[in-house]
Design a protein. Structure first.
Length: 430
């Protein structure tokens, strides 16, 4: 049986826990400047990413979106079929000729990494409700990158009335990073061995949010690489140094993980002041202290995005639902009767009357039914990300909320004793 550590580390391209667990496998800690110089990409992996079928494809705003590939990452060691439509949504099949009222945005748990196209929670729901649900999720995205994708897709003919923004695990921190590539070194090396060099490349420069350290205001920034040709700049150590040396969130994350030896305490004290957060630069456990401050920084950015998302939905006559799920953090803590790490975000959602769905609580209640260890319980639903059973469980946990949310209700939940005229539209050849 897989241990919980193996299951959590399998979250691979989406999980900060993977980064924590593999920290011991990293080279000896070095200065931040040396680390980002050593994080330069190879020309070979950029070549593959841009010119061959691979898991992701270049995007000027959010860095990358889903590509077409079949990774060796599925149930029982199987390959998974992961494909994308021309509009950038993951391929769907169920009732796609019907009106689509729901678009979903988020990271790999929205994309449903590690299962086939037809095994996503969106497809399970579509089959049950009798209407399609589009999947614009992408592995590795933070809250801001998902939000930016939502703004873009909702300005096209594929716009929907109902929007779901999925917030997972350390998505809060990813929001702040200019480039996540430097954080996934060990995972990429393993993927290069398994799938081929560059096939799973992602995490390149994207749009992000940062604190202006002069004004104390959060600012939205565009990607520093806007064309495929300029992606080769990531192969230049000097360019990487120039563009990442003042990325405070990246430095904080690497320091928290023990990857680097230095941290700018003066900038941290200034950041703590802007966030009105406690920070002790002289504590014996500075790495843990930096981690707490990084969470406060990230949660501030998430609150900013949540406000902007609701404003966008209200202005455009759309309805918004927020999904929160953190299987390696909040969920695990709830299973063990501990305080959840993301309580600040849950409180914010409650206090501001957001429509949200908390899958962590669903699992905490479900766990009580079984006489299982944490490891055994995770093994039911996860292979890193959700397995097909996990996606099915998520879909039908969310289903009652969707049925109540949609107006009119889905076809399968309409109260009628006569054959409705629109049933004919489900008949072949009608």
């Amino acid at each position: 049986m897989k241990t919980l550590n193996v299951i959590v580390s399998g979250l691979c391209c989406a999980v900060s826990l993977l980064l924590t667990q593999t920290a011991l496998c990293q080279p000896k800690a070095m200065t931040y400047a040396d680390y980002i110089r050593n994080a330069a990409a190879s020309e070979e992996e950029i070549d593959v990413f841009l010119n061959k079928p691979s898991w992701a494809q270049f995007d000027p705003d959010v860095g990358y979106i889903l590509g077409n590939f079949s990774p060796h990452d599925g149930v029982d060691g199987s390959k998974t079929i992961s494909t994308v439509r021309k509009d950038g949504a993951r391929t769907s099949f169920v009732y796609t000729d019907r009106l689509c009222r729901i678009n979903t945005y988020g990271n790999s748990f929205t994309q449903c990494h590690q299962v086939n196209d037809a095994e996503t929670w969106q497809e399970y729901l579509a089959g049950h409700l009798g209407e399609p649900i589009r999947n614009y999720g992408m592995g590795g995205f933070g809250v801001y990158q998902a939000y930016r994708r939502m703004l873009r897709e909702e300005s096209t003919e594929k716009a929907a009335e109902y929007l779901m923004l999925y917030i997972w695990g350390d998505d809060h921190i990813r929001t702040l990073l200019r480039c996540r590539y430097a954080l996934t070194r060990s995972w990429r090396r393993e993927q290069d061995k398994k799938e081929g060099v560059g096939i799973m490349f992602h995490g390149n420069f994207w749009c992000n949010i940062e604190m202006n350290m002069k004004t104390g205001m959060l600012e939205e920034h565009e990607s520093r690489i806007r064309t495929p040709e300029k992606l080769y700049q990531m192969t230049d150590p000097d360019w990487m140094h120039e563009n990442l040396i003042d990325d405070l969130a990246l430095q904080m994350y690497l320091y928290k993980l023990g990857r680097i030896t230095d941290i700018d305490k003066e900038q941290l004290k200034k950041l703590a002041g802007y966030l009105q957060a406690e920070f002790d630069p002289d504590t014996e456990n500075l790495r843990e202290e930096v981690g707490h401050l990084l969470n406060r920084y990230a949660y501030a950015a998430t609150k900013y995005i949540l406000k902007k998302s609701r404003e966008f939905a209200q202005k455009n006559d759309k309805k918004l639902m927020i999904i929160v799920f953190d299987p390696g953090g909040a969920m695990k803590q709830l299973l063990n009767g501990q305080a959840r790490v993301d309580q600040e975000i849950v409180d914010f959602l409650e206090e501001n009357n957001f429509n949200y769905f908390d899958m962590n609580l669903v699992h905490a209640e479900d766990y009580k039914i079984f006489n299982l260890s944490n490891e055994e319980y995770y093994d039911r639903y996860f292979i890193g990300h959700y397995n097909p059973m996990g996606n099915h469980f998520f879909a039908f946990s969310l289903k009652p909320r969707l049925v109540d949310w949609l107006d009119p209700p889905p076809f399968t939940y309409r109260k009628t004793n006569t054959l409705p005229i629109d049933f004919k539209e489900y008949l072949e050849g009608y």
